[in-house]
Design a protein. Structure first.
Length: 310
C-alpha cells in the first residue's frame, strides 16, 4: 500500500466583505467589540456560490501541483451547501475543471474536509494516483441575519488540495468520529435557517476534538510537543484556545484565520492551511495537526508531515 502527499493547494473567498460594524449598522443588536471579544471574528466574506468558489480554489491547487483536470482520478467536494439538491456540486466542478476521473460530494458539515482527505488517502492506497479534495460552503444563504447568536459567526469560502500518490506516507495518523445523539444541538432544515445551541456546541466540540486529536497523535506515535502547527476548524477563537490548552499546544502554534473569514464550515481548515503555507509559517518538514468538528455532531483529526516536494 502506498502513501500520499499534498502537492497543490489553493483557496477562494467572495469579494464582498461584511464587517461586524456592517452588522451593527444594519440593525443587529451587537457591536464590533462584542463580537470580537466572544468569537475572535472581525469580518466575513459573503456572496459566493459553492461551485464557483470550489472551481477557483481547485484551479489554484491544480496549478500549484503542476497538473490539469486530465491528471485527476477523482474530485471530492466536501460541502453542506450544494448549489442544487441534485446533482452534487462536484459535477459542476468536474465539468469546469475538465476532471478525467470521477466526482462525488461528501457531507460531514464542518468536519467534511478532513473526512474527505482521509477518504482520498484511503483510495490512493488502493490504486488511485491523484485526487482533488475541496472543502466549500456558502453558509450566508442559511443565516438568519436577525439572530445575533448565529448571524455573527458564519461566512462563505472554499479551499482545495491535490493529494498525490507517493512512496512515503505523509498522513501519519487520523481519527474520525460522530455522535448522532447530538444532532439536535445544531441543524438546518430544508428551506430553513441555521439553528444551534451555542453553549452545548461549544462544550461538545471542545471535548470531542480534544480526544480526537489525542487519538490521532497516539496513532501517529507523536506528542503534542512535537506538533509544529495546529490547523483547527475556525468556529470560535475561544473553542480553539480551549482545545489548544487541553492539548498543551501554545496558541502561537495555532493557525487562526477566523478574524478575517469567520466560520465557512468545510472550507476553514483548507483555507487556514493555504494561508499559513503562503505566508511561510508552515515549512517543509513541519508536523501538522488538523482538527475540527461539525453539526451531527461529527469530528475529525489528522496528523500530517508537510512535505509537498519529497
Amino acid at each position: 500500500m502506498s502513501g500520499s502527499r499534498i502537492t497543490g493547494w489553493g483557496s477562494n473567498l467572495p469579494e464582498k466583505v461584511l464587517t461586524n460594524n456592517d452588522l451593527a449598522e444594519g440593525g443587529l443588536d451587537t457591536s464590533d467589540e462584542w463580537i470580537f471579544e466572544r468569537t475572535g471574528i472581525r469580518q466575513r466574506h459573503v456572496g459566493g456560490s459553492t461551485s464557483q468558489m470550489s472551481i477557483h480554489a481547485g484551479k489554484q491547487a491544480l496549478d500549484m501541483a503542476g497538473v490539469t483536470g486530465d491528471d485527476i482520478d477523482l474530485v471530492i467536494v466536501a460541502t453542506s451547501t450544494p448549489d442544487q439538491l441534485m446533482p452534487g456540486t462536484s459535477a459542476t466542478v468536474h465539468a469546469e475543471l475538465g476532471i478525467r476521473g470521477g466526482a462525488c460530494d461528501m457531507q460531514a458539515v464542518c468536519s467534511g474536509f478532513t473526512y474527505a482527505l482521509m477518504a482520498a488517502n484511503g483510495l490512493i492506497s488502493t490504486g488511485l494516483e491523484r485526487i482533488l479534495v475541496i472543502g466549500a460552503d456558502t453558509l450566508s444563504d442559511y443565516v438568519d441575519w436577525e439572530d445575533r447568536g448565529s448571524a455573527i459567526l458564519f461566512g462563505d469560502g472554499a479551499g482545495a488540495v491535490v493529494l498525490e500518490k507517493h512512496d512515503n506516507a505523509t498522513l501519519l495518523g487520523f481519527d474520525l468520529g460522530a455522535d448522532g445523539l447530538h444532532r439536535h444541538i445544531g441543524y438546518t432544515d430544508h428551506d430553513g435557517k441555521i439553528t444551534m445551541d451555542g453553549k452545548e456546541v461549544f462544550r461538545t466540540a471542545v471535548r470531542a476534538v480534544t480526544q480526537s486529536a489525542k487519538n490521532a497523535m497516539a496513532e501517529a506515535g507523536v506528542t503534542a510537543e512535537e506538533i509544529d502547527w495546529f490547523v483547527p476548524h475556525q468556529a470560535n477563537v475561544r473553542i480553539i484556545e480551549s482545545i489548544a490548552s487541553r492539548l498543551g499546544i501554545p496558541m502561537d502554534k495555532a493557525v487562526v484565520t477566523i478574524q478575517d473569514t469567520a466560520n465557512n464550515s468545510a472550507a476553514t481548515i483548507p483555507i487556514a492551511l493555504d494561508t499559513a503555507v503562503r505566508d511561510a509559517r508552515i515549512q517543509p518538514g513541519d508536523l501538522l495537526l488538523l482538527g475540527g468538528f461539525g453539526f451531527g455532531m461529527t469530528w475529525a483529526s489528522a496528523i500530517m508531515r508537510w512535505e509537498p516536494n519529497v
